[in-house]
Design a protein around this ligand. Structure first.
Ligand code: L14
Length: 340
């Protein structure tokens, strides 16, 4: 018999994504039975609001998952590495928002608008991986184009907000801006350089080939989610002094010719996508408009005449919501509807 309510644990509940997890669960009326807020010793003991109640944050340990149906993890890869197995052993399904499990072949990597049917494969390991924020917003826009005309190659450059690096990183941007206006020394900790009034072409760590891990995540995760292991795709990921929402310039080459009008029509019908493309009225997607919303905004849709079948897109979404918390909760909704 189907349960009416599901016991949910949120790991990393005090973080920037954890906060959005709480909001999204509440907003979408997720049928929450028992709710367990989990965090490190440092953050435990505080109370956080949920549906008009105050929920105490408990210390995460091996015994935290007794009776939990769905465990949403967003406390960093090392925490997932250490505690996901305890959750699975307790019978929970883990939805993991870190890079830790994403590329494991027997773990589904899911964006509901693109490959919801993969959720069925949670059974093998008890874990479903939530993709990287920059990957999620791009594949939601690419999938309907791929279905219509087969994508041959993708070149993407990102303009990523500081919130992806967490609350401290957001404070760092504020503090640097204030310091500069007050003639004080800029302090830096979360980013390798001053982020205020700057662009830093460096997210996550560098690998031997000269790409950062963030760039390789976009390449490998996109291939996995689209089920195209040899898709030609290259990425440059850049941190910009924006608080929330990531923007992306995406160049796409397709097998079949699509006009800009074709692409607009395809994207207008695409699930999760909002076309914002009226250049004559200065309407195009922007980070400040996307923040706090659920959609993937696509605009600046135009033909790239430097190749036979090229299209340029500008794709913007709230990286903490669709890029993280919302995507995870959407996965949880399908999981409980179809499998638990
Ligand atoms: O892979 O610093 O989920 O903006 C996403 C945010 C990696 C770091 C991931 C950032 C993270 C990234």
């Amino acid at each position: 018999m189907k349960k009416e309510k599901y016991n949910v644990a949120v790991v990393g509940v005090t973080g920037a994504v954890g906060e959005q997890m709480r909001e999204v669960l509440e907003e979408r009326l997720f049928p929450v039975g028992e709710l367990r807020f989990l965090a490190s010793e440092r953050s435990a003991g505080q109370f956080l609001p949920f549906n008009g109640n105050r929920v105490r944050v408990e210390v995460l340990d091996e015994d935290s998952f007794e009776g939990i149906d769905v465990a949403l993890f967003s406390a960093g890869g090392s925490v997932s590495a250490k505690f996901a197995s305890a959750a699975v052993a307790a019978g929970s399904v883990v939805i993991d928002n870190t890079a830790y499990f994403r590329m494991e072949p027997d773990i589904p990597l899911v964006v509901p608008e693109v490959n919801a049917s993969e959720i069925a494969n949670y059974k093998t390991r008890g874990v479903i991986a939530n993709p990287n924020c920059s990957t999620i917003q791009m594949v939601v826009a690419l999938k309907p184009i791929h279905d219509a005309a087969r994508i041959k190659r993708v070149v993407v450059s990102t303009y990523q907000s500081v919130s992806g690096a967490g609350r401290k990183a957001m404070e760092e941007l504020s503090h640097q801006v204030a310091a500069l206006f007050n003639g004080k020394e800029v302090e830096k900790e979360k980013f390798p350089h001053q982020i205020a009034f700057n662009c830093i072409p460096h997210i996550d760590v560098f690998t031997d080939g000269g790409y950062t891990k963030e760039e390789l995540k976009m390449v490998n995760e996109t291939r996995k989610i689209l089920g195209e292991p040899s898709l030609r795709i290259t990425a440059t990921t850049v941190r910009v002094p924006v608080f929330c929402s990531h923007s992306e310039s995406v160049n796409v080459e397709t097998e079949k010719k699509l006009t800009a009008a074709d692409v607009k029509a395809i994207l207008r019908k695409a699930p999760g996508v909002m076309v914002a493309d009226e250049p004559e009225k200065n309407v195009y997607p922007m980070a400040i408009d996307a923040t706090g919303t659920d959609a993937i905004f696509v605009g600046r849709i135009r033909e790239d005449d430097s190749v036979p079948n090229g299209i340029n897109l500008w794709v913007v979404a709230d990286n903490l919501r669709k890029g993280a918390a919302l995507n995870a909760v959407q996965i949880a909704e399908i999981l409980i509807r179809d499998y638990l």
